[in-house]
Design a protein around this ligand. Structure first.
Ligand code: AMP
Length: 428
């Protein structure tokens, strides 16, 4: 079977790498891809908003199955358009993608189906939002309702911060995404990510992960798209996973079906593990980036067959097996990130780095220059993923590989996995 992957980040490189191992795969296409993906797939230029062009490309190249990586085209209905043309799609409909596209939608679903989450209220104007915020304990969480590239959330420590965040949203800082504002209670606990495949009715748990959002060691500095991750997340014990499935995932899948918008695709639950149990922070309707780069290397089963079963509604027949090892990924970013990253700097030594045992390098923002060299073409540029028996072992392997990457204009964090390593070293 020929397959088209949409996207061009580390997540899509990991997906392409996983799909490539499948005996069911014939030709793999990726749009737009990156320099790493180009080594294992045919990269093509297709505008994700131009569904007619994507459909025509699939017809011309005998591609029956499209795997959508990022959330934005899902929220605007790419899966509906492709399915309407008879293609199979891994990814939810626009109606089901509201789980990520509208925070209000998800909070209302939680309320209706008794899914544990932070207490909240939603507002269409600044005055009533401010009046509500005045009555709430601090800190308080202020969120733009729609997609804001991870920047629409403020944890307000003071009333002034809360008011400023409310003003900013309604003043249009996030465009249409901020025309509605959700104000939430601040939850205390440890965060973890939980991934499941959902085929409309059934769900199959994938694995757990934890990521590091801040740019600097010690979880300091500004937020980023993610500077590293590891899987599994030690806080997600088997008992905790069972609770998440029972209390959060199953009521969500049933609730979406009941509302007439059955969910298909990967459902990524951002969780807070609190004193009273797991609570939902948010849903994403696609694999996390960089979490995908630690999930796929741990997957023992055939990725293509799992993604197809999700699209076909036959997940109930799928058993998904995992390697026992942990996986850890360290993001290498271009100097300047998360501000303006330095572009077109040459990266050498990737082959030597990737030759380290247990190491895979997934490209994010890379391309080839006219001389055929790999150069940086984005903020987050490489994901150095290593497997190991422990998080510490995986971390050491990842950095042994990173030391071989010759890229003076790049940087990375040196403490990815610190929480899990502290647990390992403390024996807990
Ligand atoms: P979100 O985009 O909703 O995942 O929020 C981004 C980050 O803000 C989360 O990963 C949490 O660290 C934090 N956050 C969001 N909502 C809450 C909440 N209600 N309580 C505590 N932290 C939160």
């Amino acid at each position: 079977m020929n397959v088209l992957v949409l996207g061009g980040g580390g997540r899509e490189h990991a997906l392409a790498w996983g799909l490539k191992k499948s005996p069911m795969l014939d030709t793999l296409y990726c749009a737009p891809g990156n320099a790493g993906i180009a080594a294992i797939a045919t990269c093509v230029s297709l505008d994700h908003a131009d569904t007619d062009a994507i459909i025509a490309f699939c017809r011309a190249n005998d591609i029956p199955f499209v795997v959508v990586g990022p959330e934005a085209p899902l929220v605007t209905g790419i899966a509906d358009a492709l399915r309407g043309a008879g293609l199979k799609v891994f990814g939810p409909s626009a109606a089901a993608a509201q789980l990520e596209g509208s925070k209000r939608f998800t909070k209302d679903l939680c309320r209706e189906f008794a899914i544990p989450t932070a207490a909240y209220a939603a507002f269409h104007d600044a005055e009533s939002a401010r009046a509500y915020a005045e009555t709430q304990d601090l800190p308080l969480v202020i969120k733009a309702d729609g997609l804001a590239a991870g920047k629409g959330v403020t944890i307000a420590e003071t009333r002034a911060d809360a008011n400023a965040a409310i003003e900013e949203c309604f003043a249009g800082r996030f465009g249409e995404a901020g025309s509605e504002v959700v104000i939430e209670e601040f939850m205390i606990g440890e965060e973890a990510s939980f991934f499941v495949l959902v085929d409309g009715r059934s769900s199959v748990p994938l694995a757990t992960a934890q990521d590091h959002k801040r740019v600097g060691d010690g979880d300091t500095g500004p937020n980023t798209g993610g500077m590293g991750a590891y899987s599994p997340a030690p806080v997600m014990t088997p008992e905790m996973c069972d609770r998440v499935i029972r209390e959060i995932i199953e009521p969500t899948v049933a609730g979406m079906a009941k509302r007439g918008h059955p969910y298909t695709g990967v459902l990524y639950a951002g969780l807070m593990i609190t004193d009273v149990g797991p609570k939902l922070i948010e849903y994403n309707v696609r694999f996390g980036d960089p979490e995908c780069q630690v999930l796929i290397p741990r997957l023992k089963s055939d990725l293509l067959s799992a993604l197809l079963a999700t699209a076909d509604g036959t997940l109930a027949d799928q058993a998904i097996a995992w390697h026992d090892d942990v996986a850890l990924t360290v993001v290498m970013a271009a100097d300047g990130y998360p501000g303006t990253p330095k572009a077109d700097t040459v990266i050498r030594g990737l082959e030597q780095a990737a030759a380290e045992p247990g190491v895979e390098i997934f490209h994010a923002g890379t391309k080839r220059n006219d001389a055929g060299e790999i150069v940086a073409a984005g903020g987050r540029v490489l994901n150095v993923t290593a497997r190991g028996r422990t998080v510490k072992e995986a971390q050491v392997r990842a950095h042994t590989a990173i030391d071989k990457v010759d890229w003076p204009e790049g940087f990375c964090r040196h403490d990815i996995g610190w929480r899990a390593i502290a647990r390992e070293e403390g024996g807990g």
